[in-house]
Each structure stands twice: as C-alpha cells, then as structure tokens.
Design a protein around this ligand. Sequence first.
Ligand code: PMP
Length: 493
Amino acid sequence: MKTKENHKTVIIDWKPNKNLDKPIYLQIVEYICNKISNGHWLIGSYLPSQRELSKLFDVNRSTIVSAMDELVSLGIIESSFGGGTKIISNTWSLLISKENLDWNKYVKSGLFKSNNSTIQTIIKLEFEDYIRLGTGELSPGLFPHHMMNKIFNKLSTKAYSLNYTEPLGLIDLRIAISNRLKKLGINANPSSILITSGSLQALQLISISMIKKGSTVFTEDPSYLKSLEIFQSAGINLSGIPMDNEGIKYWDINNSLKTIDRNLYNCLLYTIPSFQNPTGTTMTTKRRKDLFEFCKKHQLPVIEDCAYSELWIDEAPPLPLKSMDVNGMVLYVGTISKTLAPGLRIGWIIGPESIIERLGDVKMQLDYGASSLSQLVLTEFFESGLYDEHLTYLRKELKIRRDNAINSLNEYFKDLGTWNIPSGGFYIWLTLKNNISIDKLFKESLKEHILLNIGSIYSFKANHSLRISYAYEDCLTFRNAICKLSKIIRNIS
Ligand code: PMP
C-alpha cells in the first residue's frame, strides 16, 4: 500500500506474544529488525502510523513509542513530523550476519516495471473484506460447480496423462476452438492457434517476441492495456486514441503515424471491440469495417482482444475484425477468464502460422505450455456443450445484474454523474459531474469498505470516472454500495 505521499508502506501480519517473558516492545523491535534484515522490507519504505501500529500489534501506544525509540536509537528508522516513519538502514542486519544481501539493488534493476500503486492496493484488498464495485471477475456464485463436477467425473473415467502438451497446446482443445470460431466467421486451422496461460500471456508474448523497443501500440483511451506494464516494460510506447460511442476514433491515429519512422519502428493497434474494458462500449459494424480498411491501408497490424465478446446481454455483437481478415493482419486473442474461470489460466491467440510458431517457441522457453489439466477440462467443457449451456445461464444472470446496476444509478446518481448502458460484458463507465478528487474518493470509500477501480488506472489523461462492474457483487450488495458511494460523494463535494 502507498501513503498519500506516494510512499511504500510495509505490510504487518504478526502480533507479539503477550505470554512470553520478553518485553513486548522488544518483541516488536526484533520483528521489525528481522523483516528488514531478511530483505522483506526495503530501505526507503515506511511503517504505518503509530496509531495504526498499536491497532495492528494489539498493544497500547506507549509500547509502540518505546519500540520506535529503540529503533531510532539503533539507526534503523527515522521519524519526521507529519511525514511518517521511514526505514533508513539495514545495518542492524550486518551486526547479525555479514552475509546478508542488499536486495534493494536487485529489486530496482529488473526489466519489468512495478504495478501502479493504486493497482497494487486493489490487488491486495480484493482478498480482504471489501465490496468490490469495479472488479474484473465474475461472482464466485456464478461458477458452475455441478458442471465442473460432471467434467471431473468424466475425466476420471478416461485414460489421460498430465504430461506436457504439444508446443501449441492440446490438439483437441485447438480443434474445439477452431470449430467455435467458424460461427464467428473465422477460419482458423488448429496450427494457427496457440493456447496460452491466460490471454494476458498472449499479450506478453506479443510484446516480447515481435515488437521492437521504441515502437508504438495504439489503443483506445481509456483501455485495459493502460492498466498493464506489459508493453512499457518491453520499451514499447502506448498511445491512447479517443473513443466515441461507436468505438475508437481511428482517424486520430493518422497524425501520430506521420511522425513515426516506420522503417525503424513497428506500430500496432490493440483494440477491445466488444463490451470494452473499461467503458463497456461496443464498436459498431460500420466502425469495424472502416477501422479494418484504415489498418489495411496503413499496414497497421491489429491485436483484437475478445475477452468479453461472448457475454452479450441484449444481442450478439457484430462479427470480429478477424472475420474480415484474409491477409493475416489481425492477431485475435481469446480467454475463458470472463466467462468461466480465470483460475484455469487458459487463453488463446490466433494468427498466421509463422507468427504462432514464433510465439509458441517463446512460450515453450517461458513455461513449456499451459496447464494440461486446465486444457483437458476446457476441452470437455467445449465438446460436451456444457460451456454453451453455461453461457446461456450467464447472459440471463448478467442481464438481471446490469438492469439492477442501471436502476441503482438512476436512483442515486442522477445528479452526480453520467454513464453508458452496456449491452454486454461487465462494465459501466461512470463519469462524475462534480470535480471531486477521485483519489480522495478512493480513500474515503475504503473507509466504508468499498473498493473502487478509479478511471486513472485505465486512462491516458486525467478524468473523473470510475469503472463500475455489476458482475461480482449480488444485486442487493451492489445497490447498497451504490447508495453508500453517493453519500460519500455528497459528503466530500
Ligand atoms: N483482456 C482483457 C480485455 C481483460 O479485461 C483481461 C482481464 N482483466 C484480460 C485480457 C486478461 O485475462 P486472462 O489473462 O485472465 O485471460
């Protein structure tokens, strides 16, 4: 977690033992020193406030004061008025063991960038007692336990192994995906399909295997891609392109394209055309056609992310861009994380065989294939028809939840903001009318045990928006949380 000064605050998950003879303040001093000497807490990070420490350790303030005094005298921490308590030295560790490493140097030198601090906080708090109003997964109650049991029973009667699978993934699964894609107008041989460990890995494979440092990936503004460091960590620039309610305003790419030396650098477009994350927007058929023509004309390859496209509520979205693609210009990315189970960690990427071979080769170097158990389970889900049965159920459930979400917003947010009505997926993009600080709203909501996904995570420019998801919380919890959120906003406006 980071404080308002953007400092990294350490996490405390231990309490002193009041039954020991050792004074409690000394137990605390030892605990803190050990955390630092083990390299778990780094120099430059901060301790929680004394008030929070006394709560976390379940001791009174005077014990904390004694422990802090001791740590200051050892030269381990430094307190500044109003500025928190900072870890300034790990020399204590050297007194104990000269062999201890300074991990700080290593932690800072890896290629991969850290997550944005708000995202780090969200990732942590999603597993604590918070109402998740913007989260990107289905409610656990929507998981089809009985279907899963059926599939495990069936698998238990089959002779299967859990050895590594073929380099591109289990052939039966690739055949099943190829058959499903035909219904979307996509002709993909199993040899042009790579099974990945989640679609996030598909994006990472593209970023590290095919795109030169200094290249540019254009994407909708706001976009899920902006919340990831995958491309930036590979030295690739992300460029946000505005949207309207028909999708990306692709013509805005023109100016940027003119400034890029295409002989030196690659350019790509990443788009989520159906039930976009985070805005819920679905690109119209006309916009898809025009965008495709534009990309063809400018030799701009496309990564089409269809994570949510099966989750339509009102009507099926237009056919994917990939269905227009006869020249292998579109890399199509799919997943079962939003429809079935993110924990299975299965996604796929479809493209020209030469590209799939290259990505498959890099994947083999990274993890030697996605989980074979997950691939077997998913193959059964597809082949048995249970997956489609589950989708039908899910669409009905999501309609109830979407309608409840819109009714709740109509009731409590009419004078506070504007929003779109998505025709599928998980998300509503709520833009607040009031110029309140969204960071303040995030913190005040945490006090009421509401966890928000604020718009700045996804957008390239400052905004007053929130990504609201109706997929996780049940209707009553959602409604009550929206009511509470409206009160928080009124209080801090
Ligand atoms: N694409 C989009 C648009 C997403 O929203 C997500 C998950 N939030 C992913 C890809 C990654 O999902 P996974 O790796 O679980 O398949």
